[in-house]
Design a protein around this ligand. Sequence first.
Ligand SMILES: [Zn+2]
Length: 283
Amino acid sequence: MMPSPTTSEAKLSPKTLPEDHRWSLVTFKVEDKLYRVPRHGFTDFSSVFETMFSLPQADTTQEGDTDEAPIVLPSCTKVEFESLLRVMYPTAPRVRQVDLSKEHWLDVLKLATLWDMQEIQETAMTELEGLDLGQMEKIRLAKEYRVSKWLVEGLAGIVRTWGTSTTLDELGRELGWEVAARLLDLAVQFKPMKGTARLPAPTCPEQTCNKRHSLSSFPFEFKGDGTNPLQRLIGICSGCNKHFSVADIEISSAFPMGEDKLTEEIKVIFGEELKSMELHGIV
Ligand SMILES: [Zn+2]
């Protein structure tokens, strides 16, 4: 997978230190195309290339020095490599915003993950997050590039929008039936309670107002937090514009688990998978 440098029997001399090579060029070969690019971007952004280029070299021509002896990169396509180059040059030593499509940012993420370019990885992730990834897509990418944050977000998103975004069949096919069943269980617990409360006409508690409201029924939605079955219904007084408590409603049986609890539960249920991602990935 990784490009391998020629490293035979070399002596380490000041000339071979990476600082001296900051602006030298290197030739890569991707598929049938040669790229002659500044080496510093690869050593600055990638620990893989930094290690490779800092290894002592033999006196003879080193791989990548000329077009005749390119470093072959078999693990990427021309399109992917060019996406990465657009992010890396000419903006070194910091990554600057460039305008790429979703597909090209995915190319960048792939290579940045492969070559351990953390800063570029994070930039690609931020860009992709702004490009409206679907929940299932987020999960797929999370697994492919070991982004545990996206796994949690994707799974939580499926639970949150249960019944509107993905069908149970799709989930079973994509994620396996055990995962689908666990998500269904969470969706049942997460589902907000909706209803209409009918109450005697409330009176504004504000002493200078005390307006009696004719309002006696209004819809409510209880999102819950999974620990407190109590919801306070708040109204706005049309006389003095202040919020006032209309009623306290206690849910006696099951009540929804809420956002924070949902994320917590997902982290517990999918703990092992998330842990293995964090060991290898970045977040
Ligand atoms: Zn009032």
